[in-house]
Design a protein around this ligand. Structure first.
Ligand code: ATP
Length: 753
């Protein structure tokens, strides 16, 4: 048993809340005409999501709501909402996806025609309700809810509608839903594929453009890397060269610099010697002075020697005079010369000044006194000798001094002369030295000049090096100047290395130009954009692969569903036919009845999806018009019912009486329900046209059917009522509102009448 209860409130004639509990396999609903029984059957359709208001006997949703009724004292106001709640027993998981033992489905319609659907009290979408019901074999075509007068609906329906009803009954709708869903997905997938492919086509030229840019940038980067390597080698060797060359110049300069300083000093001292030779002039002057002094000394010496000779002579004369006088004295003795006179005469004579004068004055004196002082001649002579001796002694002493003087001056003269000679030699040497020093200085200077030339050249090289450092960093990046600061010693300044350096430098220049041409500016952004675009393209490509996979999967799924639908439909039809034949024979005591698959004639071939869509939307297409019939074409498959009654020649549904028709459709309905029993079946006066004998057969079939499906039977038929476990009576008061009450069988029979 699957149904538990139904609760209606404000729905059609059920103004107030009324509920039915379905406690037995068969529930009967009885009541007079117009009391509201059919409204209960409709409340089932309503709550199960019926969208066709027309099939619920209304024009719009509002017609489902209690509209008030009665007049005068019994007048009742209308309701604002209609709600119907159907409660299922889910303890056996009738709804496999819902993990509750009880499932309630509720639909509410408001006066503004808005609908609400609730599943176990939570609001859900209609789609959810349809899906849930589908999972429990409660189909949308409502073949298991047979409304009043619709008993032969399955017979009067077109072959196509019939096929749909049977597909629904066979539980194939689920697969059809799946198929439709898959086909929609397939359509969307193919659309997506087209879009993705067009996107890829759109970005392809951009990627090509970016790729070229990136290749350019990569080439530039490669060049830059090469340039860095060149720079590293070049800069390392250049720096080492500069250092080594500096050291070499410094080393080479040390000796000549020292020599130059020494030469300066040597020149200085040689010049000093030459300047010192100016003293020889003074010495020459001194020589002249000495020569004249020696000459004077020698003259005085000669004069004194001569004077001494004279004095000696005079003294001798005196002595002879004395001797003569003595002789004379013997004749002219003693002529006196006064001392006083002599002294006067001597006193007036200047010794050393004029010896001549002295001599002459003495002569005069003597001559003056010769006659006068004869007698004193001897005395005078003696006196004179005495005087002369004194004079002589004086002169001799003077002479001695002069000799000494002369010897001293001569010595001085000699040494001066020697000194002058020596001076002359020294100057000559000094002059030679000056020439030598100057010549050497020139050599040393030119050597130093060559070195300073080298140094200046090195300065230029160093300036170039520094400029190159700056350029390297700015063109090739910092890495280029992070070179090895201590390359192999001794390598730097070899001619070979200089040659290599020159080559490197040329290469560097070439690379710089090429790098500039490659113009890697904005590389990072281009790389980023390329990466992003390529990633996007790869993503799109993968998307296409995924979509293709999905598409294949869907095609496979659709084919599978088709196969399954076909298989289940065909096997279902076989089973139904077997049951149909059995029930038909039971009803009519013989004859033949069967469903057969036929092609429907169609004017235009609709797409399969349109067909499916139509089929699932519940809007049954009408019978083909004449015009459509004119342009016949093979349409989709439909189901035809063919019957032949026993003992009667007529064949075909058209020839059946009302009762026969009712029996045939009941047989078919029950056959369908036997093959794939729905959880419940509602039959609204399906038994109306049956006579008593057939009512009995009908009752038996119901009893059989109720073993697998819960039955709710709206009936006036006594036989049918007798099969029900619980009977509800529906009455309508003067206010136009339906009321429900559970009643006993006898009561029901009474009420039904
Ligand atoms: P029968 O035995 O003749 O088939 P029934 O018991 O099946 O009769 P229903 O057709 O269920 O009767 O009831 C129809 C009644 O419901 C009518 O009287 C109609 O006026 C009433 N009704 C339908 N819709 C509404 C509504 N919206 N508001 C009030 N009453 C309504």
């Amino acid at each position: 048993m699957h149904l538990k209860s139904l609760e209606v409130s404000g729905f059609k004639s059920f103004a107030k809340k009324a509920s039915l509990a379905f406690t037995t396999p068969i529930t009967g609903i009885v009541g007079p005409n117009g009391s509201g029984k059919s409204n209960i059957a409709e409340s089932f359709r309503f709550v199960l999501g019926e969208q066709s208001i027309k099939s619920l006997r209304g024009r719009r949703g509002e017609d489902m709501i209690w509209n008030g009724g009665g007049d005068g004292a019994s007048a009742a106001g209308r309701a604002n909402r209609a709600s119907v709640k159907l409660v299922f027993d889910n303890s056996k998981r009738l709804f496999p996806s819902i993990d509750f033992d009880e499932v309630s489905i509720e639909r509410v319609v408001h006066r503004d025609n808005s609908n609400e659907y609730l599943l176990n009290g939570s609001q859900v979408r209609l789609k959810d309700i349809v899906e849930i019901l589908g999972s429990a074999h409660i189909g949308a075509t409502g073949y298991h809810i047979i409304s009043q007068g619709e008993a032969d609906r399955i017979l009067s329906a077109s072959i196509r509608e019939r096929r749909e009803m049977i597909e629904d009954a066979l539980g194939l709708k689920v697969y059809q839903w799946k198929k439709l869903e898959s086909m929609r997905k397939l359509e969307r997938t193919e659309e997506n594929m087209k879009q993705v492919e067009s996107l890829r086509r759109e970005i392809a030229p951009h990627i090509r453009f970016l790729k070229k840019q990136v290749e350019k940038i990569e080439r530039a980067e490669e060049l830059r890397r090469e340039l860095i390597q060149l720079y590293k080698a070049y800069l390392a060797d250049e720096e080492a060269y500069i250092r080594a060359e500096r050291e070499s110049i410094a080393a080479a300069s040390a000796a000549p610099r020292k020599e130059a300083a020494d030469l300066d000093r040597e020149l200085e001292s040689a010049k000093k010697i030459l300047t010192g030779s100016k003293g020889s002039d003074a010495k020459s002057g001194e020589v002249v002075g000495l020569e004249s002094r020696i000459k004077a000394v020698r003259a005085e010496k000669d004069s004194i020697t001569r004077e001494l000779g004279r004095i000696e002579g005079e003294m001798n004369a005196c002595r002879r005079a004395i001797d003569k006088e003595k002789e004379k004295q013997k004749r002219d003795e003693f002529k006196t010369i006064y001392l006083k006179d002599l002294e006067e005469a001597v006193a007036s004579a200047e010794i050393f000044q004029t010896v001549k004068e002295v001599i002459s004055s003495l002569r005069a004196f003597i001559s003056r006194h010769r006659q006068s002082v004869d007698s004193s001649v001897i005395a005078d002579s003696e006196k004179e000798i005495e005087a002369l001796s004194r004079e002589k002694a004086g002169l001799e002493s003077r002479l001695k001094d002069l000799i000494e003087e002369e010897s001293r001056l001569s010595k001085e003269y000699e040494s001066l002369k020697a000194s002058i000679e020596k001076d002359k030699d020294t100057n000559r040497d000094a002059e030679k030295e000056v020439f030598r020093v100057i010549a050497r200085q020139n050599e040393v200077r030119s050597a130093l000049a060559a070195l300073s030339g080298r140094s200046a050249a090195l300065d230029r090289i160093e300036a170039d090096f520094k400029r190159e450092l700056g350029e390297a960093a700015s063109i090739a990046g910092r890495e280029a100047v992070e070179y090895d600061r201590a390359p192999e010693a001794g390598r730097a300044s070899s001619a070979e290395t200089r040659q290599e350096q020159e080559e490197r430098r040329r290469k560097i220049e070439k690379h710089k130009v090429r790098l500039e041409d490659a113009g890697g500016a904005g590389g990072a952004e281009v790389m980023k954009e390329y990466k992003e675009t390529e990633e996007r393209d790869a993503f799109l490509a993968k998307e296409i692969v995924d979509l293709e996979k999905a598409r294949e999967e869907l095609v496979r799924l659709i084919a599978e569903l088709d196969a399954r639908l076909d298989m289940e439909f065909k096997s279902g039809i076989l089973k139904i036919n077997a049951e149909f034949q059995k029930l038909f024979t039971l009803m009519f005591g013989g004859g033949r009845a069967e469903l057969s698959v036929v092609k429907e004639a169609r004017r235009r071939k609709k797409s399969e999806m349109e067909e499916l869509d139509e089929a699932l939307s519940g809007d049954m297409p009408g019978a083909p018009s004449d015009a459509e019939m004119d342009a016949q074409e093979d349409g989709p498959e439909g189901l035809e019912v063919s019957v032949s009654l026993p003992r009667k020649k007529v064949k075909g549904l058209m020839m059946l009486s009302g009762g026969e028709r009712a029996l045939t459709s009941i047989a078919l309905l029950f056959a369908i329900s036997q093959v794939n029993p729905p959880p419940f079946i509602i039959l609204d006066e399906t038994d109306a046209a049956l006579d008593e004998a057939n009512s009995k057969k009908y009752g038996d079939m119901i009893a059989d059917l109720s073993r697998r499906s819960q039955l709710i039977l709206i009936t006036h038929n006594r036989e049918t009522m007798s099969r029900a476990g619980v009977i509800y009576g529906v009455t309508m008061g003067s206010d136009g509102a339906s009321r429900l009450l559970s009643i006993a069988f006898e009561e029901a029979v009474a009420v039904a009448k």
